[in-house]
Write a protein that binds this ligand. Structure first.
Ligand SMILES: [Zn+2]
Length: 276
C-alpha cells in the first residue's frame, strides 16, 4: 500500500509568508489584498514600485516617464558595480531605483515618483537624481502636484561625488517648484535614510511617514558613538519624528490614498477645476 504522505502534494514555497516581526504565517493572496500589512501585528512590509503605484493611482492611468535613464559607471568603479546594475535590472524589470510618471489619484492629475528598495537598496545615483529633477520639471511645466514615495539607503556609494551632487540638484529643482506654489508631498516608507532623507524626501510641503518607518541620516550606532550618549527609545522611527515636528503625519498604508486625495483637494483647488 502506498504511504499517505507520498500522495500529498508539496505546497509551493511562495504561497505563504512569515511575518518577520510576530511570526504570523500569512496567505500570500490575502497579503497582497491587504497591501502587504501583517494582519496580526500591523507591520508594513516593503512595497515594490509597481505595487505602490497600483495602491495609489486610479487603475490604468499611470504613464511612465524617462524609463531609459539609467546609471552607467561614471567613476569606473569596476566590473562589480556594472554587473550588479545589470542583475538588478533583470530581477526587478526596472531601469533604475526610482520609477517616475504621470497619473491620476482619485481624479487628481499628478506627477508621481516611487523608489524601489529592491534596486541597489534604492540608493540615489546620478540616474535617480536626474529622474527626480526631471519629474519636478514636468510638475513645474504642466502645473501638476508632485508626490514622491521614498525608501532608500541613501546616496549610491559607487558613484561618489556624482551621487552626492544629486542632493543639491534635486533640492534646487524643488526650490523652483516651491516658488511656483505647486504642492509637493513627500511620503517616507521604511527605511528613508542618509542622502535621500537629507535632500528631496525632507523637502515636502507636507511630509507623511508610514507607521514605524525608519527615518534618519546616520544610523543609531554611529550617532551613539559620536555623541557618547544613549539614544531615547523609538529614536529615528516615524512616530518619534512626528512628536518632534520633523514629519507632519504618520499615515497607515490603508489610509494613504485617501489622505493624499484630501491633501490634493486642499492644496490644489484651482487645478482640480482645470482637470475636471
Ligand atoms: Zn506580524
Amino acid at each position: 500500500m502506498e504511504k499517505a504522505d507520498t500522495k500529498q502534494k508539496k505546497l509551493p514555497d511562495d504561497l505563504w509568508i512569515k511575518c518577520e516581526q510576530c511570526g504570523e504565517v500569512i496567505y500570500q493572496k490575502d497579503f497582497m489584498k491587504e497591501l502587504k500589512i501583517c494582519p496580526k501585528c500591523d507591520l508594513h512590509f516593503p512595497l515594490n514600485a509597481g505595487e505602490r503605484i497600483g495602491s495609489l493611482l486610479d487603475k490604468g492611468t499611470f504613464q511612465e516617464m524617462d524609463r531609459n535613464i539609467y546609471s552607467l559607471d561614471p567613476l569606473d568603479f569596476g566590473e562589480g558595480y556594472k554587473i550588479k546594475l545589470i542583475k538588478d535590472r533583470k530581477q526587478t524589470g526596472l531601469g533604475e531605483a526610482i520609477v517616475t510618471g504621470k497619473g491620476f489619484l482619485e481624479g487628481h492629475k499628478i506627477v508621481l515618483g516611487v523608489m524601489d528598495f529592491r534596486f541597489r537598496g534604492a540608493s540615489m545615483g546620478s540616474a535617480v537624481g536626474e529622474k527626480v529633477a526631471r519629474a519636478v520639471e514636468v510638475a513645474l511645466k504642466e502645473v501638476l502636484p508632485l508626490i514622491i514615495v521614498s525608501s532608500s539607503g541613501g546616496a549610491r556609494m559607487q558613484e561618489g561625488m556624482f551621487s552626492l551632487m544629486q542632493m543639491a540638484k534635486t533640492s534646487a529643482a524643488l526650490g523652483k517648484l516651491n516658488k511656483s506654489n505647486i504642492p509637493y508631498i513627500s511620503v517616507l516608507a521604511n527605511p528613508t535614510t542618509a542622502g535621500v532623507a537629507a535632500s528631496f524626501a525632507s523637502l515636502g510641503d507636507v511630509i507623511i511617514a508610514e507607521p514605524k518607518a525608519l527615518i534618519g541620516f546616520a544610523g543609531p550606532r554611529v550617532i551613539e558613538q559620536t555623541i557618547r550618549q544613549k539614544l531615547p527609545p523609538g529614536f529615528q522611527r516615524a512616530e518619534f519624528y512626528l512628536e518632534h515636528g520633523m514629519v507632519d503625519m504618520v499615515v497607515h498604508r490603508k489610509e494613504l490614498r485617501n489622505t493624499l486625495k484630501k491633501l490634493l483637494d486642499f492644496l490644489s483647488p484651482n487645478q482640480i477645476k482645470e482637470n475636471k
